[in-house]
Design a protein around this ligand. Structure first.
Ligand code: ZN
Length: 200
């Protein structure tokens, strides 16, 4: 699975990442913590009035739902964490405290659960800013990681799994994971620590 502390880092701190420009050029840039990006997505379209804000409203609403989901889940997770001398005052600090506990317990499920949530939330946040994102894992249903497609000039290899704001799909077998529960099941299937049946 993706390193949990790396996920926490990307979630709560400014970090470097490779982005692809529209012209295909790639660049190594510093980006805001994913939580800050989510906060921007929530507030960017508020109070501006006019028809322009209407078109973007669904993104803002999804961002608010996701923020509330993360807040609730983190608060619940922290009830299992021994009391800290300095209680978390921000959501980012809460997730960091959750992580500091989860990666050090004797129960590997504690970290796996946090990891699955972070993978899912990160995907949701990134999908708000990107039309579609490739997943590096092989499809848990058909086992394929790549497929070949013709781009008009030559055959190019592309990832089998990708997701956007609404669903993940496998272009090889056509499997679709739609909605929060299914996306979480997929994240767990990919990361392989918890039986899918247990997270319904
Ligand atoms: Zn597949």
């Amino acid at each position: 699975m993706t390193d949990t502390l790396q996920l926490v880092h990307e979630f709560t701190r400014a970090h470097k990442t490779t982005i692809t420009r529209d012209n295909g050029a790639t660049e190594y840039v510093e980006v805001l913590p994913l939580l800050d990006q989510l906060q921007e997505a929530m507030t960017a379209n508020r109070g501006t009035g006019g028809s322009g804000s209407l078109a973007k409203a669904p993104v803002s609403l999804n961002a608010v739902d996701l923020w509330q989901d993360i807040t609730r889940t983190t608060a619940h997770a922290l009830t299992a964490v021994p009391v800290h001398a300095q209680p978390a005052t921000t959501l980012g600090q809460g997730i960091q405290q959750w992580a500091a506990w989860a990666v050090n317990t004797r129960n590997a499920d504690d970290e796996a659960e946090l990891n699955a949530y972070l993978v899912y939330w990160s995907g949701q946040i990134r999908a708000m800013f990107e039309p579609s994102v490739d997943l590096e894992a092989a499809c848990p249903d058909c086992g394929e990681g790549f497929t070949w497609s013709h781009d008009g000039v030559e055959y190019v290899r592309r990832r089998a799994l990708s997701y956007n704001q609404h669903r993940a799909t496998c272009v090889v077998c056509g499997q679709v994971w739609e909605g929060a529960g299914a996306m979480m099941s997929l994240a767990r299937a990919i990361h392989g620590d918890t039986p899918v049946e247990q997270c319904a």
